[in-house]
Write a protein that binds this ligand. Sequence first.
Ligand code: OSB
Ligand code: MG
Length: 369
Amino acid sequence: MRIDAVELREVQLPYRAPFETSFGREDTKACLLVRVQADGVEGWGEVPAGRAPLYNEETDDTAWLVLEQFLIPPLLGKPAPRPEEFARRVAHIRRHHMAKAGLEAALWDLHARREGRSLAQALGGERPVVPVGVSQGIEATIEELLERIGGYLAQGYRRIKIKIKPGWDIEPVQRIRERFGDILLQVDANSAYDLDAAGVFRALDGYGLLLIEQPLAEDDLVDHAALQAQLRTPICLDESIVHARAARAALRLGACRIVNIKQARVGGLSEAVALHDLCRAQGVPVWCGGMLETGIGRAANLALASLPNFTLPHDLSASDRYFREDLIDPPVVLNPDGTISVPKEPGLGVRIVMERVERATVRHARFPA
Ligand code: OSB
Ligand code: MG
């Protein structure tokens, strides 16, 4: 299977509602789509970097540059490498994990489609459906927050995660508990605090949260360990876990008890599977995080979440939680029992609607062999 061309697109898709975290507020999804074409078969991947380097150091522009200059050229006209082999070949290029992950996902899709098996099967997934929740951003008022959460619970979501930041932490949690009782609830600070704020987390410790996600700086495992020692609630790391080795260090230090896995953050699905396996061997539960992906990136995340150690509810919601119109049809839907079904068709297993992709495209380039 010789690679004939790789296509890059930057797409923009309005969110149904603005999404605010401790690092910023956005009302439009911006990401790259990668399409690999080889012998009449194609594979798709998503690079969920976004416009500004706020979640990590990457942006759509940096990812475009690294893909165009370093990741795509060695592939053109050559046999399509197995995704694990691709990951080994680009390991010497430092960071740029999301750029690598998008191209690797396209190679997984390509090979799985050609073999007629689903991506979930190719990755070693076992679950036909996965439990999911909603990640709820910061709102202008607590009343609006409660109204949104009430809506999600009514739709059947069984776990709520709220974004927190200094000044928006204990009170929203307390009011959610008052209004909705014993629901599965967790918080995500996206690194907005330092250890001087340990008192906030000791207070949150009394609310029976499933976990506290990334309270402190991305590169500060030592302080996370100091904080975890003061809490009963498990700390879960997201931004800090940039590859499987980071998780090994975090677990050895006692910096977390749960790991959020995002294939884009760790540089690809191969590394994500390695991270899953490492956590499984140590008895550490994992769940699948999200980057508000379009249906294309979400299909890859769903396949990954079907692996056996993905036991906690995921940040994978139905298409209509994110967009009025997703790039795939049929859209991702929530099952009545609060799960989402893992695609079974070959590859990503979703139908990409090209006219919607074209309409969302703001930049396009095709790199032929
Ligand atoms: O920290 O998990 C995060 C979205 C953008 C950047 C960071 C994060 C998130 C989410 C979205 O929480 C979860 C989802 O995709 O549903
Ligand atoms: Mg997070």
